[in-house]
Design a protein around this ligand. Structure first.
Ligand code: ADP
Ligand code: MG
Length: 729
C-alpha cells in the first residue's frame, strides 16, 4: 500500500470519526446497571413473594420451579418491553472463543389473526439451541444427545439493543458440559464447600466462601482502514509478517502516558456502555506497547466476573468500530513488542467478609492467612502442569516463554516478607500453642502486618504472584475465556482444602487440638510444596533447568501441554471435585487439539497466499526496475563506470532474488507439511505435527519477507507497516 494511499485511508477514518466525545448527562452511579435486571428491578417488577424466592435461588442456590419462573419471565418482559425489547436470546459460552446467541421474537399468534408478545418461564429457563454446530469433541455423536441451554440465575439478564440476553449454561442431554460456565459453577461450588470447612476451623460462623475474580483486560487498537489492508490481521487477528518499527517500545514512553484523544473517546464510550450493563469499570491506561491499552473493573464473584469479561470483549469490538478502530484481543498481534494478557486477580472471601488470602489483625487471622496461602501453593504445585494447560492456546504460545510476561513454567512469587514467614515457620519446632487472657492464640510466627509492605508485584516475570491479599494469575491470554483458568485453579484449590480438612480431622480425632493440628500440617505442606516458590528471574535459562530439577512442568509445546488434562492426578482431582468426568476431559481435549490445528492451518494458508500474491510479485517488480536501471546505466556511461555505479543495485537485485526464491521454495514446503499433517487421523498427533512442522516454517519464511520489506520501495510495498499500525491513533 503506497504512502499516499495509506495517508488517504487514515484521513478517511478521521473524517468519518471525528473525535466526538460521548458525555453522559448523568454521573456513572446514576446509569450503572441501567440495562440489567438486577435486584432493584426484580424488587420493582416482581411480586414480593416471587422476589423472595429469587433471592433464595440467587444467594442460597435453591432451584427455580416453573410456576415461579413464569412470573419472573413476565416481570422481565414488562421491564424489557419498556426498553423497546422485541427479542430474547440465551447467551452461552461454547468451547470456541467468545459467546453464542440465537434470537427469538417475543411474538406468538393470538388465535384471532393477530399477534401478541409472550415470554414464558419455560423460555427463560431452558432452550434447545441446535447444538450440532458447536464443538463437542464427539460427545454428541457418541451419546446421540442433543444439547440444551439453561438459565444461570446467579448472573442477571441484561438488554443489548432490542434483545433480552439470558446468561445460560450449555449442556448435552446426557449431562456433559459443552461450555465453560457449567464446569465453572461446579468448581466454584467445590471450592465453596471445601474452603468453608477449613475457614470454620478459625471462624465457626462462616457459612459460605465466595471466589473473587478481578481481571485486567489488555488490548490493541488499530486504525480500521489500515486493518482492512492487512489480510493477516483480518483472518487471524495477528500480523504474520512485518519488520520491527524503527521506534517501538524501547523508549518506555507509552505505559501510563497520556491517552491519545481518539482512544480516550473510545474508552469513554466503552465505559459508559459497560457501566450501563453493570460492569464495574474502574481503571484504564496505556500499556507497555504502542497502541496497547488496558481496562480493569472492580473485582466481583468469579462467575459474574467471567460473564462480564465475555460481555466486555464483545463490547470492545463493537465500540471500537464506532471510532474507526479495530480492537485486537489476540495474545500476540505484533512480533517484537509485548503481547496482550489478562491478569486474573483471584482470592477467596467468606460470607462474613474475611478475605482468606489476606492477613488480619490477630494471630488466629494470621494462621488462617498462612493456611490459605500454603494450601493454594499446594494446589498450584500439585497441578502446575494443568494450570499451564488451562491457559495454553496457539495464540498464547507466542507470549509464554517469549521473554515477556510470564514464562512457560508455572511458579509462584511470594515476596521477601511472606517467604521469610513461611521459611521461619517451616524450620521452627515450637509446636506449643498457648491462649492468652483474651483467648488469643500465641504462635511462633513473626508479626505479619495487615498491609504487607513488600506485597508488590515487583516480580513481573512470575506467572502466579501473591499481591497482598490475592494471587494474580498472569499467564491467562487476552482473548481467553477466564473460566478455563478459573475452573482449574478453583477446583485444584478445592481439592487441597478438602485434603487439608480431612487431615486436620484425623489428627483431632486422635486427640490433637485443632490449632496444633493446623500448625503441624501447614508446616508439613510448606516443606512439601517448596518447589513451586520462585522469586527469581523467570526469564532466565537457569530457571528452566532449575525448574526441571524441581520436577515442575517445563513443556512448551501446546499440544503436549494439553496432555496435563488427562494425567491421572487431573482426572482424579476433577472427579473428586465433581467438575469433570473423564469422558468430558477427553472430549474437551479433542476440541483443544482440533482448535490448535485449525488456527495454525488458517495462519499457514493466509501466510502462503500473502507471500505468493502480495510479497513476491511486488519484490519482483521492484527487482525489474532495478535491472532496468542497471541496463540504462550502460547507455550513459562506459562499461567500467556503469558497473561501479550500479554495484549497489546489483547487490539489491541479488538479495531480492535470494529472498524471493527462498520464500517461493519454502511456501511449497509449507504446503507439503500441511498436506502431510492433514492426513494424520489422530487429532492429537495432527496437532503435534502442526506444532512441530508447520508453525516453525511460518516463522522461518517470515524473516525473509521482513528483510524484503526493508529493501523494496515503500511506494510499492503492499501492506501497512508496523510503524503505521502501531503509531497512528
Ligand atoms: P495492578 O496493580 O495489578 O494493576 P489493581 O490494583 O489495578 O492491580 O487491581 C487489579 C484488579 O485486582 C482489579 O480488578 C481489582 O479489583 C482486583 N482485586 C483487588 N483486590 C482483590 C482481591 N482481594 N481479590 C480479587 N481481586 C482483587
Ligand atoms: Mg495486575
Amino acid at each position: 500500500m503506497s504512502s499516499s494511499l495509506r495517508f488517504q485511508v487514515v484521513g478517511e477514518a478521521f473524517k468519518k470519526h471525528p473525535v466526538a466525545v460521548a458525555t453522559p448527562a448523568e454521573r456513572p452511579s446514576s446509569f450503572f446497571g441501567k440495562y440489567v435486571f438486577n435486584r432493584k428491578k426484580m424488587e420493582k417488577y416482581l411480586p414480593p413473594q416471587v422476589y423472595a424466592k429469587m433471592l433464595a435461588v440467587m444467594d442460597g442456590g435453591a432451584t427455580l420451579d416453573l410456576p415461579t419462573a413464569d412470573i419472573v419471565a413476565e416481570g422481565m418482559k414488562r421491564w424489557a418491553m419498556e426498553l423497546g425489547v422485541t427479542h430474547i436470546t440465551h447467551w452461552f459460552q461454547p468451547l470456541t472463543e467468545g459467546t453464542a446467541e440465537k434470537h427469538d421474537g417475543f411474538v406468538v399468534h393470538d388465535g384471532k389473526g393477530g399477534m401478541v408478545e409472550e415470554f414464558t418461564g419455560k423460555q427463560l429457563v431452558q432452550q434447545e439451541p441446535d447444538a450440532s454446530s458447536f464443538p463437542s469433541g464427539g460427545i454428541r455423536s457418541t451419546f446421540e444427545a442433543r444439547g440444551y441451554s439453561a438459565w444461570d440465575p446467579a448472573s442477571p439478564v441484561f438488554v443489548i439493543g432490542d434483545t433480552l440476553m439470558i446468561p445460560t449454561v450449555f449442556i448435552a442431554y446426557t449431562g456433559e458440559a459443552l461450555d465453560y460456565k457449567a464446569p465453572l459453577k461446579k468448581a466454584l461450588h467445590a471450592v465453596d464447600i471445601a474452603a468453608t470447612a477449613v475457614a470454620q476451623l478459625f471462624y465457626p460462623d462462616v457459612k459460605k466462601v465466595i471466589s473473587n475474580l478481578g481481571w485486567e483486560q489488555e488490548y490493541f487498537l488499530v486504525d480500521e482502514g489500515l486493518y482492512a489492508a492487512r489480510p493477516d490481521l483480518l483472518m487471524t487477528g495477528r500480523t504474520l509478517m512485518g519488520h520491527d518499527s524503527a521506534k517501538n517500545q524501547q523508549m518506555d514512553d507509552h505505559y501510563f502516558g497520556s491517552i491519545p484523544e481518539r482512544v480516550a473517546a473510545f474508552m469513554r464510550d466503552l465505559e459508559i456502555q459497560a457501566l450501563e450493563l453493570g460492569i464495574p469499570c474502574k481503571t484504564r491506561h496505556n500499556e507497555a506497547a504502542p497502541n496497547q491499552f488496558e481496562l480493569a473493573p472492580i473485582f466481583e464473584e468469579t462467575n459474574l466476573a467471567v460473564d462480564h469479561n465475555m460481555l466486555l470483549m464483545m463490547l470492545m469490538k463493537k465500540v471500537a468500530r464506532h471510532h474507526g478502530f479495530r480492537c485486537l484481543l489476540h495474545e500476540k498481534p505484533f512480533s517484537g513488542i509485548n503481547g496482550s494478557g489478562k491478569h486474573n486477580n483471584w482470592s477467596l472471601m467468606t460470607d462474613t467478609g474475611v478475605l482468606l488470602h489476606g492477613p488480619g489483625r490477630t494471630q488466629t487471622d494470621n494462621l488462617r492467612f498462612i493456611t490459605f496461602i500454603v494450601e493454594t501453593l499446594v494446589a498450584v504445585h500439585r497441578h502446575n502442569g494443568l494450570l499451564k494447560a488451562s491457559i495454553a492456546s496457539a495464540a498464547n504460545a507466542h507470549r509464554l516463554g517469549a521473554h515477556e510476561a510470564p514464562p512457560a513454567i508455572i511458579s509462584s512469587f511470594l515476596g521477601a516478607q511472606l517467604s521469610e514467614v513461611l521459611d521461619h515457620l517451616e524450620k521452627s519446632t515450637d509446636n506449643a500453642i498457648t491462649l492468652d487472657s483474651k483467648h488469643e492464640l500465641r504462635l511462633d510466627i513473626p508479626q505479619i502486618p495487615e498491609l504487607l509492605i513488600d506485597n508488590t508485584d515487583r516480580n513481573r516475570t512470575s506467572p502466579f504472584a501473591f499481591t497482598g491479599n490475592r494471587f494474580e494469575f498472569r499467564a491467562v491470554g487476552a482473548e481467553a475465556n477466564c473460566a478455563s483458568a478459573m475452573i482449574a485453579l478453583n477446583a485444584a484449590v478445592a481439592e487441597a482444602l478438602m485434603d487439608f480438612r480431612a487431615r486436620v480431622d484425623k489428627l483431632t480425632a486422635a486427640g490433637t487440638d485443632v490449632m496444633s493440628a493446623v500448625l503441624r500440617l501447614v508446616r508439613e505442606d510448606i516443606a512439601a510444596c517448596r518447589a513451586i516458590r520462585f522469586d527469581g528471574n523467570g526469564y532466565s535459562d537457569e530457571w528452566v533447568r532449575e525448574a526441571a530439577r524441581r520436577g515442575l512442568d517445563t513443556e512448551s509445546s501446546v499440544p503436549l501441554i494439553f496432555d496435563n488434562y488427562l494425567s491421572p492426578e487431573s482426572i482424579e482431582m476433577f472427579a473428586r471435585t465433581h467438575v469433570f468426568e473423564r469422558k468430558e476431559l477427553e472430549a474437551r481435549n479433542e476440541i483443544k487439539w482440533d482448535t490448535y490445528t485449525k488456527k495454525i492451518q488458517i495462519e499457514a494458508r493466509i501466510f502462503g497466499d500473502l507471500c505468493i500474491n502480495h510479497i513476491v510479485p511486488v519484490a519482483t517488480r521492484y527487482q525489474s526496475q532495478l535491472i532496468d536501471s542497471v541496463h540504462k546505466m550502460l547507455d550513459i556511461f562506459d562499461r567500467d563506470k556503469a558497473q561501479q555505479l550500479s554495484a549497489n543495485n546489483v547487490s539489491l537485485i541479488e538479495q531480492i532474488a535470494e529472498h524471493t526464491s527462498y520464500i517461493t521454495a519454502n511456501v511449497e514446503r509449507l504446503i507439503d507439511a500441511r498436506r502431510v499433517a492433514n492426513r494424520i487421523e489422530d487429532v492429537r498427533s495432527r496437532a503435534i505435527a502442526y506444532h512441530d512442522t508447520v508453525a516453525p516454517l511460518i516463522e522461518d519464511i517470515r524473516r525473509h519477507v521482513d528483510k524484503l520489506e526493508l529493501i523494496v520501495d515503500d511506494e510499492l510495498w503492499p501492506l501497512p507497516k508496523y510503524r503505521e499500525l502501531l503509531f497512528i491513533r
